[in-house]
Design a protein around this ligand. Structure first.
Ligand code: SAM
Length: 201
């Protein structure tokens, strides 16, 4: 699926292509068997630039799927909607909602999910909120479903992974990104620097 409008910043195309390869490796290592009609959730998705590569990796053959992105920021959600909803093939139901991704337990109309993705999780911004977010995300997985995170920083990745393990998750794959693009705003920060894939138990 190609975006209906161009990405907002130079370099995103290449970043998301590399992320697609990384996700392919991680899902394969975790034993992912793509369902015929998957439900995919993208939490704290921001502009959800990765939507195309995420669905290509998690749902390569799906004629039908449900995909939902949730983020606190309405402008990012509006941008995601205009980029991806017009690009969806027939049979793919894409939605993006502004809301609190830690409270999926209160979103009663949500289906259980086969795959949940959290790109550049933000654990150390507010560990208490992220603990709730991770617990509810694990509870929203179908049996056999997988949850994957990527991180900008090694230490934040380790803290978020420890939190998920504390919530009862099992780590199925852990992959450092061999071609992660360094970011100049902080030492040791790079795009999708680490990927980890978990099951609920
Ligand atoms: C580091 S950014 C990552 C955004 C996007 N996933 C990406 O990789 O480009 C963290 C995102 O988490 C979102 N966020 C933080 N806490 C949230 C919450 N409780 N519910 C929804 N979104 C949240 C922020 O609005 C922000 O877009």
């Amino acid at each position: 699926m190609q975006p209906a409008i161009p990405f907002s910043f130079p370099g995103i195309d290449a970043d998301v292509r590399r992320l697609g390869s990384l996700l392919g490796l991680g899902l394969h290592a975790a034993g992912w068997q793509a369902p015929a009609k998957p439900a995919v959730l993208n939490l704290a998705c921001g502009r959800a630039d990765e939507t195309g590569v995420l669905l290509a990796a998690a749902a390569p053959l799906a004629a039908e799927l449900f995909y939902l992105g949730i983020d606190l920021r309405p402008p990012e959600i509006a941008e995601a909607r205009s980029r991806w909803i017009p690009a969806a093939p027939p049979g793919w139901q894409l939605d993006f909602r502004a809301g609190d991704a830690s409270r999926t337990d209160r979103m009663k109309q949500l289906p259980p999910f086969d795959f949940i993705f959290i790109r550049h999780q933000n654990y150390w911004h507010d560990p208490t909120v992220w603990l709730v977010l991770f617990k509810n995300a694990l509870a929203a997985l179908k049996p056999g479903g997988l949850l994957a995170i990527t991180s900008y920083f090694d230490r934040e990745h380790e803290l978020a992974s420890a939190c998920l393990l504390q919530c009862g998750a099992l780590r199925r794959a852990e992959i450092p990104h061999p071609h992660s693009r360094p970011l100049p705003d902080a030492p040791g920060k790079s795009v999708d620097r680490r990927l980890a894939v978990f099951s609920a138990g």
